[in-house]
Design a protein around this ligand. Structure first.
Ligand code: BG6
Length: 492
C-alpha cells in the first residue's frame, strides 16, 4: 500500500521540529502523491491557537522551508489543532472525540500515528493517557513515533520503555534516529552487500581500521539547557554514531526485512567490547570548544553560550575507539569522532584497507610509500562514494600516483535532514520499522555509553576548553590514533 491513510497526531505542533521538518516533509509527500486526500493532521500543543492561526503557521513553515506553495491551501485544510494539557484526562477525551470525527470525515479507517515531537519528560505521561483515555482504542493501526532522546541512560530508557509498552507493543513503537533516514546511511548496506568487490574484503584480513566522523560547524545554539545534561556523547554517540557503526559492522542479514536487519545490528552492538571504568580513558577522549573563528566570523566559547554553566564540564566533542569482538572484526579498530563548532559540516566514513604485503614500486631515493586504498562513504553534505586507488604516474617510469574513483548523488538540500524525515514519516505510515531503532539497540547503546558518562561526570576535565572553534578538534583525538600507528583521514 503506497498511499497510506492515517490520522497523524503531532504532540508539540507549535515546536521547532514540527515547523522545520514535519510539516515540510508531509507537504513533500503530499506533492509526490504519497498521501492521498485521506489523511488528516491533528496538531496538539499547550498554546491556544485558532484553526486559522494554526493552518497559517503550517503554510508559513512550508513556504519558508520548501520554497514552494503549490496547492498549499488545500494541503493546509487537512490540518486541525487542539490546545492541550498533557497531564489532564479531559484534554485527551476532547482529543479522542476530534480524532473520531476526523476518522469519519476523511475515511481514515481508524489508523493513528501519534508523533511525539516535544520535551521528552512528557513521553511517559502521554503514553499513559493515550491508552487510559481511549485514544489507542481504534479499529485501525496505532503507532507511536518518538523523537530522541529516548531516556538519559540505560535505566531511565528502560523505565520509559516499560511505561510505553503498557500502551504500545514493540512493533508499534517507531524510535526515530534521523541518521537512519539519510540516503547514504541507507546505502551502507547496499554498498556492502550488493558488490562482489567489497563483501569478500569486509573483514579483519583486509581492513586495517574504519573511521566515522560527524563534524558540525554549529554550536549549541539555544539548546544549552538540554545540551548541558547531554553533551556530545548522549547527543550523537549513543544514537547516530553507534547506529552507523552497527551498519558497517553487522553480518549480512539472511533477508532484507525489518526483523533480520535489526537483529544483525543488535548482534553487532552486542559484540562491542565493554570497558571497565578504569579503561575509559584509553578508549575515549573528550573536548569542549573555546572561542574561535568559523568562516571568517568570530564565535563564542561553549562556556559563554546561553544557559551554559561558565565552568561547564560538558563535552562538545567526543572521539573514541570501538573494539568489536567477533571473528570478522577482531583486531580492527572502529574510530568515531563527532563535535560541534569544528571547521566544517561533514559526515563521512573512511574504510582503510591494509597495505599490500610488498611494495614493488618502492623507490629508495624518494622513499615514497604507497597510499593505502580507502573507501570513503560521503554521507553529507555531498552524497557519494570515493575509492582511493594507486595507478601509474604518467611518463616513462613506473612510479605510482594516487587516483580516485567517485560517484556523487545529488541530495535535495545538501544537508539531507529534511529528506530523512520525509522518508521516515512515510515509512512509519506504511508500517516499515526497518530504519527505526529497536529497543534492544537502544538498550545496548546506552549500556555502552553509560560507562563513559559515569567516568566523565565524575572527573572534572581540567583542560577544558581544549579546542578553538573552527579547528579540527582537540589534540587528544589525534593522540588516540597515534597510539595505534594511525591518523585521521581529513574530512574535507
Ligand atoms: C541531532 C542532535 O540529533 O543531530 C544535534 O541533537 C545535531 O545536536 C544533529 O546537530 C545533527 O544532525 P545532522 O542531520 O545535521 O547531521
Amino acid at each position: 500500500n503506497n498511499t497510506p491513510t492515517a490520522l497523524i497526531m503531532i504532540f508539540g505542533a507549535t515546536g521547532d521540529l514540527a515547523h522545520r521538518k514535519l510539516f515540510p516533509s508531509l507537504y513533500r509527500l503530499y506533492k509526490k502523491g504519497r498521501l492521498t486526500d485521506r489523511f488528516a493532521v491533528l496538531g496538539v500543543a499547550r498554546r491556544s491557537l485558532t484553526l486559522n492561526e494554526f493552518q497559517d503557521s503550517v503554510k508559513k513553515s512550508i513556504v519558508e522551508f520548501t520554497g514552494e506553495q503549490d496547492g498549499l491551501d488545500e494541503f493546509a485544510s487537512h490540518f486541525y489543532y487542539q490546545s492541550h494539557d498533557v497531564t489532564d484526562s479531559s484534554s485527551y477525551i476532547q482529543l479522542r472525540e476530534l480524532a473520531n470525527k476526523l476518522d469519519e470525515q476523511y475515511g481514515l479507517e481508524g489508523n493513528r500515528l501519534f508523533y511525539l515531537a516535544m520535551a521528552p519528560e512528557f513521553f511517559g505521561t502521554i503514553g499513559d493517557h493515550l491508552k487510559s483515555d481511549g485514544l489507542t482504542d481504534t479499529a485501525g493501526y496505532k503507532r507511536l513515533v518518538i523523537e530522541k532522546p529516548f531516556g538519559h541512560d540505560f535505566e531511565s530508557a528502560q523505565e520509559l520503555n516499560n511505561r510505553l509498552r503498557q500502551a504500545f507493543a514493540e512493533e508499534e513503537i517507531y524510535r526515530i534516529d534521523h541518521y537512519l533516514g539519510k540516503a547514504m546511511v541507507q546505502n551502507i548496506q547496499v554498498i556492502r552487500f550488493a558488490n562482489a568487490l567489497f563483501e569478500p574484503l569486509w573483514n579483519n584480513r583486509y581492513i586495517s581500521n574504519i573511521q566515522v566522523t560527524s563534524s558540525e560547524t554549529l554550536g549549541v545554539e539555544e539548546r544549552g539547557r538540554y545540551y548541558e545534561k547531554s553533551g556530545a556523547l548522549r547527543d550523537m554517540v549513543q544514537n547516530h554514531m553507534l547506529q552507523m557503526v552497527a551498519l558497517l559492522a553487522m553480518e549480512p542479514p539472511i533477508k532484507l526485512n525489518t526483523e533480520e536487519i535489526r537483529s544483525e545490528k543488535v548482534r553487532a552492538l552486542r559484540s562491542l567490547r565493554p570497558m571497565s571504568l578504569e579503561e575509559v580513558d584509553q578508549y575515549f577522549v573528550r573536548g569542549q570548544y573555546d572561542a574561535g573563528t568559523i568562516k571568517g566570523e568570530g564565535v563564542p566559547a561553549y562556556r559563554t553560550e546561553p544557559m551554559v554553566d561558565p565552568e561547564s564540564n560538558t563535552e562538545t566533542y567526543v572521539a573514541g575507539k570501538l573494539v568489536i569482538d567477533n571473528f570478522r572484526w577482531a583486531g580492527v579498530p572502529f574510530y568515531i569522532r563527532t563535535g560541534k563548532r569544528l571547521g566544517s559540516k561533514s559526515t563521512k566514513i573512511v574504510v582503510q584497507f591494509k597495505d599490500i604485503p610488498m611494495n614493488l614500486y618502492y623507490n629508495k631515493d624518494t622513499d615514497e610509500k604507497l597510499t593505502p586504498n580507502l573507501l570513503v562513504i560521503h554521507i553529507q553534505p555531498e552524497e557519494g562514494v570515493t575509492l582511493h586507488l594507486n595507478a601509474k604516474k604518467s611518463g616513462s617510469g613506473m612510479e605510482t600516483t594516487p587516483v580516485q574513483l567517485s560517484t556523487a548523488n545529488q541530495s535535495i538540500d545538501r544537508m539531507n535532514t529534511p529528506e530523512a524525515y520525509e522518508k521516515l514519516l512515510y515509512d512509519s505510515m506504511r508500517g516499515d520499522a526497518t530504519n527505526f531503532t529497536h529497543w534492544d539497540e537502544v538498550a545496548l547503546s546506552w549500556k555502552f555509553v553509560d560507562t563513559i558518562s559515569e567516568v566523565w561526570e565524575n572527573t572534572k576535565e581540567t583542560t577544558f576548553p581544549n579546542y578553538a572553534a573552527g579547528t579540527d578538534g582537540p589534540q587528544v583525538a589525534d593522540q588516540l590514533l597515534e597510539k595505534d600507528g594511525f591518523e585521521w583521514w581529513p574530512v574535507e
